[in-house]
Structures are given as structure tokens and as C-alpha cells.
Design a protein around this ligand. Structure first.
Ligand SMILES: Nc1nc2c(ncn2[C@@H]2O[C@H](COP(=O)(O)OP(=O)(O)OP(=O)(O)O)[C@@H](O)[C@H]2O)c(=O)[nH]1
Ligand SMILES: [Mg+2]
Length: 438
């Protein structure tokens, strides 16, 4: 495999940037970039990096010797100052030496191809990076540390054990002898089925488990939506002013609490606007409210008609109402779900609790052991039905060859989960969703 390099950190001004280089022969370049020294593997060295036009930066360098590296190949990492020109110079130097730019997921793909990790562990790397939920992190890490792969191998071994007994019986019966213990075999297979079902029940699809929930703030103009938004996200993200119609476009930010990440949107206040731009903004707010998981109506006063109008927008999603500006207006008790002041911060603890409760009835990831993908779920489901067919086959006295075939298929699905069996197109699909440098 060729030598490839990648900037593993975002291409933006930052404290440091990290470059990764991997591939057989990459260590021959070390003296070219870092001067003639011998670099002990796995040691952090502080050295000068020389590019095409001389010294670029004083950097950190760690050299890894195959097979003791992430990819299983000779590789090295460079920790440079995070300036854009520094990044550009280092990239140019690597290209000048003949290194190719890595595509997304190339490092992890090489780790898989060099047997450093199983396919589902490689997928767990990407899932961990995508995780927006603390519990999701725990579940992805369970897979990353080999927990899922070892369970899968364990069940694959058990399925094989039973299949071997069935095939032995097929061979012996060809020779006229039989040691067939139907009851024992059936018990063992049923027992395996129950434990496998339990294992599959402990896996949750990442689509269900880690979806970021959307929260939309909506309400009449000037009710304080942008102020509530800023207070919730913890900084002045949206413009606040006493001119009605200040917010025109939708503003999004991430909100992290209750160990989950939410996307929260501030929207244009609703009124009979004359201006086309404002009208478009209002339409956009209303459609976003329709698509979100939770709508928070922000009001200043109680007007049943206005309240009903906003609540009516939320037939398919949850709606909570808040009365804002309670520092200057008397709270109208019994009408709203929460009473807050975006100015003083009063009532925000209660509001956050109410938001948290809205999502509490959702899926609890801590009940599960592993985060899985559609691909794994489909393969596990196929194995479950193959094992069910094998049990039914034994019960119905079907030819043992058919029962053995069902078990072979159950085992083969498990092989695909961990990547004992794979196709190039499957690898393409999996690794194309990774970031560059991973
Ligand atoms: N006293 C007081 N004033 C507030 C409070 N929240 C917002 N305001 C004021 O109300 C005015 C409108 O606030 P915004 O947050 O811009 O209201 P908005 O609903 O986003 O307004 P539009 O985007 O125009 O629809 C500003 O002058 C804020 O300073 C509050 O809790 N107490
Ligand atoms: Mg606003």
C-alpha cells in the first residue's frame, strides 16, 4: 500500500494541528523532514520540520513501527502549530516527497485490512465520533474495545459446535450408525437461541439511539425568543433588540444538557408582516415548528387566541409554553408551563427540567450494551431467523442437512458483522462516511 498522509485536525486556525502519515517506507522520509537522527518508536520528540523552502515549524513527532501502530504499518504523527500557512507548508512538503493525500477513513480501513481491528470495531470508531449522547459514547466504546466482536465470535463458535454435532450425525447415519440425541441437541439449540435473542435485544440501532432532537422557539414578535435562546445556549448567539421583527432568519445552535445534545432554533416572531423577507422568515419558522421534536412557545402575556394559534401548529409534536419577562410582568399563574425571565435567568432551572422531562420517555440508552448499525441489525435478524428455522427443523424432524444449512447461514451472517467476510463495495460504503485523517 502506498504512503498516505492526512491532516487529522480541522483545517482552521487552532492551537495545534496533527498530521498522520502511514505506509511501508514512510520512515525513509524522516531524515528528510526532521534531520539525521534516529527516532525511537512511541517517544514524543521535539524537532524542527523542514519543508521545501527550509524550516517550517518546531513540532512534536511520534514514530510508530509496524505492526505496533494504529494502521499496523510504519507510520508517524506530527504535532505542529495550528496556523493555516504551517498546515499548507507541511502538506506541500509531504506531497513533494511523493506521499498521497489520504481519503476519508483510510487509516482505519488500513487498520482493518492489517487485522488490527474487526470491521464492526472500525465502524464503532466512526460511531463514537458521531455520538451526540453520553450514553451512546459508552455503547460505541463497548464495541470499539472489542466487546461486540467477542460476543459475536462466541456465538459463532457455539453455532459451529452444534452444527458439527449435526454433521457428525449425518456422517454416522450414512455409515449405518447413529448417536443422535434429538432431545439433547434440541435443548442446546433452544438454549443458544434464548441467549442469542438476549444478546441481540441488548443492541440498539444508532439511528434510533443517537438522533439529535430539535427544539424550536416560536411566538409573537418581541416576546423574547432570542433572549431565551441566548440564555439557554449560554452566550449571545442571536441578536436581541426591542424592535419587533428583529429575527428574520432561523438561527441554530447546539444545546448540551441532561447528557444529550439538542439542536435549538430561534425563529422569526410571528405577526402580519408587510415585508417579503420577514414574511418568508415567518413561513420558515412555522414549517420548522412542524418538523421539530419540541416546540417552545414564548409569550409575554396571556391572549387565548394567540396561545391557541401557536399550540395549534403543533399537532404532531410536543408543545410547552413559557411566559417570559416575569421580572417586569406579573406571572399569569395556571396558564403557562413555565415562568421565566431571560433578563435575570429566573425560572431557567425549571424550564430545563421541563425540557428534559419531555424527552425522558424516549429511548434510554443505558439499558443497552452495544450501539449497532442497520447493517448489523439486518445480519443479526437474519441469524435469529436462521436459528429459529433450525429449531423448527429439529422439532419437525426435517432432514438434518437442512438444519445444518440453517446454522451455516446463521454463522455466515455473524462473520459478515465482524468482517471475516466482506466485499470491496461494503468497505467503500463503510469508510466513505469517515472523516479525513481517521
Ligand atoms: N425585562 C425584560 N426584557 C426582556 C426579557 N427578554 C427579552 N427582553 C427584551 O425584549 C426585547 C425583545 O427581545 P428579543 O429577545 O429580541 O425578542 P424576540 O422575540 O426574539 O423578538 P423578534 O425577533 O423581533 O420576534 C428586547 O428589548 C429584550 O431586551 C426579559 O426577560 N425581561
Ligand atoms: Mg428574535
Amino acid at each position: 500500500m502506498s504512503v498516505v498522509y492526512a491532516l487529522a485536525t480541522p483545517p482552521a486556525k487552532s492551537a495545534i494541528c496533527v498530521f498522520r502519515v502511514t505506509g511501508k517506507g514512510c520512515h525513509k522520509s524522516l531524515n528528510n523532514f526532521f534531520g539525521s537522527r534516529c527516532f525511537e518508536p512511541n517517544v514524543f520528540n521535539v524537532v524542527f520540520f523542514s519543508g521545501l523552502d527550509g524550516v517550517v515549524d518546531r513540532v512534536g513527532l511520534v514514530v510508530f513501527k509496524a505492526p505496533k501502530s494504529y494502521t499496523g504499518e510504519d507510520s508517524f504523527e506530527v504535532y505542529a502549530h495550528g496556523g493555516l500557512a504551517v498546515m499548507s507548508n507541511i502538506s506541500k512538503a509531504f506531497r513533494g516527497f511523493g506521499f498521497e493525500e489520504a481519503v476519508g477513513g483510510e487509516f482505519t480501513k488500513r487498520a482493518f485490512l492489517n487485522n488490527k481491528i474487526s470491521l464492526n470495531e472500525a465502524e464503532a470508531v466512526s460511531d463514537l465520533i458521531d455520538c451526540t449522547d453520553e450514553n451512546g459514547v459508552v455503547l460505541s466504546t463497548n464495541s470499539l474495545l472489542g466487546g461486540l466482536a467477542s460476543q459475536v465470535s462466541f456465538f459463532a463458535g457455539e453455532i459451529d459446535g452444534i452444527r458439527v454435532r449435526i454433521e457428525a450425525e449425518i456422517d454416522f447415519s450414512d455409515e449405518g450408525e447413529s448417536f443422535y440425541d434429538v432431545a439433547g441437541l434440541l435443548d442446546d439449540l433452544k438454549n443458544l437461541k434464548n441467549r442469542f435473542d438476549l444478546f441481540v435485544g441488548g443492541c440498539v440501532n444508532k439511528k434510533v439511539g443517537s438522533q439529535k432532537k430539535n427544539i424550536v422557539l416560536i411566538g409573537p414578535v418581541n416576546s423574547g425568543k432570542s433572549s431565551v435562546f441566548n440564555r439557554l445556549v449560554g452566550f449571545d448567539r442571536a441578536i436581541v433588540s426591542n424592535t419587533p421583527g428583529t429575527t428574520r432568519d432561523m438561527i441554530e445552535s447546539e444545546l448540551f444538557f441532561e447528557s444529550s445534545v439538542f439542536s435549538i432554533f430561534d425563529t422569526a416572531g410571528v405577526r402580519d408582516a408587510e415585508d417579503d423577507v420577514e414574511k418568508a422568515g415567518i413561513q420558515y419558522s412555522l414549517s420548522q415548528a412542524n418538523d421539530s421534536d419540541l416546540v417552545i412557545g414564548v409569550f409575554e402575556e396571556s391572549d387565548q387566541g394567540v396561545f391557541d394559534y401557536f399550540k395549534g401548529l403543533c399537532e404532531h409534536n410536543r408543545f410547552i409554553s413559557i411566559q417570559n419577562k416575569v421580572d417586569i410582568n406579573k406571572p399569569i399563574k395556571g396558564v403557562f408551563d413555565c415562568y421565566v425571565s431571560a433578563k435575570t435567568g429566573a425560572g431557567f432551572d425549571v424550564l430545563k427540567g421541563v425540557i428534559g422531562n419531555c424527552f425522558q420517555s424516549g429511548l434510554k440508552l443505558e439499558k443497552y450494551d452495544f450501539l449497532i448499525r442497520d447493517r448489523h441489525e439486518a445480519l443479526f435478524n437474519k441469524s435469529v431467523s436462521d436459528i429459529e428455522l433450525a429449531v423448527a427443523g429439529l422439532l419437525d424432524n426435517k432432514p438434518l442437512e437442512l438444519v445444518a444449512e440453517d446454522l451455516k447461514s446463521a454463522r455466515s451472517n455473524l462473520d459478515e458483522v465482524v468482517g471475516v467476510k466482506y466485499s470491496d463495495s461494503l468497505l467503500g460504503d463503510i469508510f466513505s462516511s469517515f472523516c479525513i485523517g481517521k
